[in-house]
Design a protein around this ligand. Structure first.
Ligand SMILES: CC(C)(COP(=O)(O)OP(=O)(O)OC[C@H]1O[C@@H](n2cnc3c(N)ncnc32)[C@H](O)[C@@H]1OP(=O)(O)O)[C@@H](O)C(=O)NCCC(=O)NCCS
Length: 181
């Protein structure tokens, strides 16, 4: 049976915790996921299911840019996790691609990620600094803060700092990586 990507549903919570714990080898990321589930109903949480087992998870939560009196809302991708035994089989790609398509179709103008510059450009992410945006965390390297823009008109003339949910501060790592990628 092929991998099935679907929305998180009630009862998935423990399996999602376990997927993130196994992928990251620590509980910082799964705890952030749990906090955001409670705090952030606008989040989009997708799972990859294989014969009833959850093997991957991705979460998108609100991001925003305050520029003068304007706030431009988008989404942030984090975390993305695939259990170690099932990595490099296209599951992360399927979760990311499905999530981005859903957000694009829903009219979300942009998505940001703090992640691996070797991974996310394949989906269309580019350095956010190319668009004139920076990350609120100074320790994040320029090339690790990326953005995919679905609606260029929404950010035309807008510059500044992109904010992400404060819950992610707990999962920031010394190298400036959030459990996103
Ligand atoms: C990163 C991650 C989500 C990718 O999921 P995946 O299902 O293994 O990825 P896919 O099979 O869709 O894509 C595989 C490609 O991703 C790239 N890739 C995988 N892990 C990577 C990493 N840590 N850094 C950079 N590129 C990576 C490789 O180029 C690989 O291609 P290859 O097999 O030709 O070498 C998964 O490895 C993971 O959960 N890692 C641990 C948790 C983590 O660090 N998450 C943050 C992402 S870096």
């Amino acid at each position: 049976m092929p991998i099935h990507i679907r929305r998180e549903r009630p009862g998935d919570e423990k399996a999602i915790f376990d997927v993130n714990f196994l992928a990251f080898g620590q509980d910082a990321e799964p705890k952030v996921v749990d906090r955001l589930r409670g705090n952030c109903p606008e989040g989009v949480s997708l799972v990859a299911e294989d014969e009833g087992l959850l093997v991957g998870h991705i979460l998108f939560t609100p991001a925003w840019i305050e520029s003068g009196r304007t706030t431009v809302r988008g989404m942030g991708l984090a975390p993305l996790a695939v259990v170690p035994k099932r990595q490099r089989q296209g599951i992360g790609t399927a979760l990311t691609g499905t999530g981005l398509s859903e957000l694009d179709a829903a009219g979300v103008p942009y998505v940001v990620v703090i992640g691996h510059p070797g991974y996310y450009p394949r989906f269309g992410f580019e350095k956010a600094s190319q668009y004139g945006f920076r990350c609120e965390y100074d320790e994040v390297p320029d090339e690790a803060f990326m953005m995919i823009v679905f609606q260029p008109r929404a950010i035309r003339g807008i510059r500044g700092t992109v904010k992400i949910r404060p819950e992610f501060a707990a999962a920031m790592q010394p190298a400036g990586r959030v459990g996103g990628g």
